[in-house]
Design a protein around this ligand. Structure first.
Ligand code: EPU
Length: 423
């Protein structure tokens, strides 16, 4: 298994180009099940999760082909398969979003329940409630859920006790594009990845309006046709590099981004005293005279709030801040696996339910650590950049799921970082 080795203490500098968004790409890939004819996708990152989704789609009759220039072409070749088996789904929860498209396009959709997750219970009840509200007849059996019946459309309330669900909204939106009538999705997720999915579907002939709002209106159409589409930039990758720039007090610019997708992150970075500037398609951290950040509290929330997917990285930043910060996780209250590993590097972190209390320190020293999930591994890499000595981050396959060439990008910025290949 590969490791990432970082020797801390270097200042970074320069531009880093942000890749296409993983979390926008995955539902768009699933949506190709709905489409007749080829789809050409641009700005699709080279990631394990993208490969994984293509593997599942191949099983479902959708062929993918990467062109030499990086464009990804998708086309349905066989419309008969309707079942996504456990062996494939358990490797990637996001593949549960094939359920809505399979049902809507093929009349029946059968997908395994995804099972457990390292950051706590992640149910799919709201996906199913939403799909049922637009006509799905549900049948649970042997760890699978099967949907059948006509896609009627209707009114759906996507919210749960905490807010909305991102992939649940994606599942219902996709099925509703081929409904026999109108669908109104109230409390739809506001994440930019959902807006990107909706714009993509409209480019294929769907009729979705009020995109980007909490009330999506979808007029069902008979068929969808192929199109060319460029995926939005990855706001989480951008936020990760910016946090790293602030941690190392470096002059780093993230480019090819949508700055308005990162307002909550920039707000919190500025609250630490960081000097962050935004342009049309870039965000830059300008080093400060002292180089020391102040503690700032953060609470993760659905978009446009602070993303849970940057909570671990922000915790790493707070580990070296001046003062005590409280990090509250409102999206996944158990998503704190990284805290114990950060402690191995010298961080002072105490858990209190859905909160972590972080007391900043200058005494951070490298050590071997283990990644528990994608964003946890990113936080460990960031800590490695500032910890004294050598940090080896194990289980790097987590990071390869969602960050394209992370060590190469950091090395180009001047970090002492390398991948150690094993086995
Ligand atoms: N929830 C339910 N019932 C449901 C669905 C969700 O109770 O049926 C709860 C979850 O347990 C959680 C909250 O709703 O407490 C929000 O979960 P959501 O459904 O919005 O998450 P998701 O759609 O499964 C996507 C991203 C995650 C990201 C979350 C939150 C993709 C592929 N995944 O997951 O990304 O953390 O939204 O923003 O888009 C990552 O990239 O590292 C990652 C985990």
């Amino acid at each position: 298994m590969d490791r990432i080795r970082i020797k801390g203490g270097r200042e970074l500098g320069g531009d880093v180009r942000i890749s296409g968004s993983k979390n926008a790409t995955l539902p768009i890939l699933a949506a190709t099940i709905l489409v007749d004819g080829p789809v050409l996708l641009r700005n699709v990152p080279y990631l394990k999760d993208v490969e994984g989704m293509c593997r599942i789609l191949k099983h479902l009759g959708v062929e993918s082909h990467r062109h030499a220039n990086g464009d990804l072409e998708m086309e349905v070749k066989d419309k008969t398969p309707y079942k996504a088996p456990y062996d494939l789904v358990r490797t990637m929860r996001a593949s549960f979003v094939t359920l809505g498209p399979l049902w809507a396009r093929r009349g029946v959709g059968e997908v395994s329940y995804p099972g457990g997750c390292v950051f706590g219970h992640r149910p799919v009840d709201l996906h199913l409630k939403g799909l049922e509200a637009i006509g799905a007849v549900l049948n649970h059996h042997d760890g699978y859920i099967t949907l059948s019946g006509p896609v009627r459309g209707g009114t759906v309330f996507m919210g749960g006790p905490f807010g909305s669900t991102v992939l649940g909204t994606a599942n219902v939106v996709m099925a509703a594009t081929l409904a026999k009538g109108m669908t109104y999705i109230e409390c739809a997720a506001l994440e930019p990845e959902i807006a990107d999915l909706c714009h993509f579907l409209n480019a294929c002939g769907a009729k979705i309006s009020s995109i980007g709002s909490h009330l999506l209106e979808i007029e069902g159409v008979d068929t969808l046709h192929g199109c060319e589409w460029s995926v939005i930039p990855d706001r989480i990758e951008a936020g990760t590099f910016l946090t790293g720039a602030v941690m190392t007090n470096s002059d780093v610019r993230v480019t090819d981004v949508e700055p308005h997708h990162l307002l909550a992150v920039v707000d919190r970075l500025r609250a630490t005293g960081a000097n962050v500037e935004m342009g049309d398609d870039w965000i830059r951290n300008i080093p400060t005279a002292t180089g020391r950040v102040q503690a700032a509290d953060v609470t993760t929330l659905p978009y446009p709030g602070f993303p849970t997917d940057i909570q671990a990285q922000f915790m790493a930043l707070m580990a070296k801040a001046e003062g005590v910060s409280v990090i509250t996780e409102k999206v996944y209250p158990e998503r704190f696996m990284h805290a114990a590993e950060l402690v191995r590097l010298g961080a002072r972190i105490r858990r209190e339910g859905a909160c972590a209390i972080v007391e900043g320190t200058d005494n951070l020293a490298g050590a071997p650590v283990m990644a528990s999930d994608l964003r946890a591994s990113a936080s460990l890499v960031l800590m490695g950049l500032v910890a004294e000595g050598q940090t080896d981050v194990g289980r790097v396959y987590h990071i390869d799921r969602g960050y394209e060439l992370i060590e190469q990008k950091f090395r180009r910025l001047g970090a002492d970082i390398e991948r150690i290949r094993e086995g």
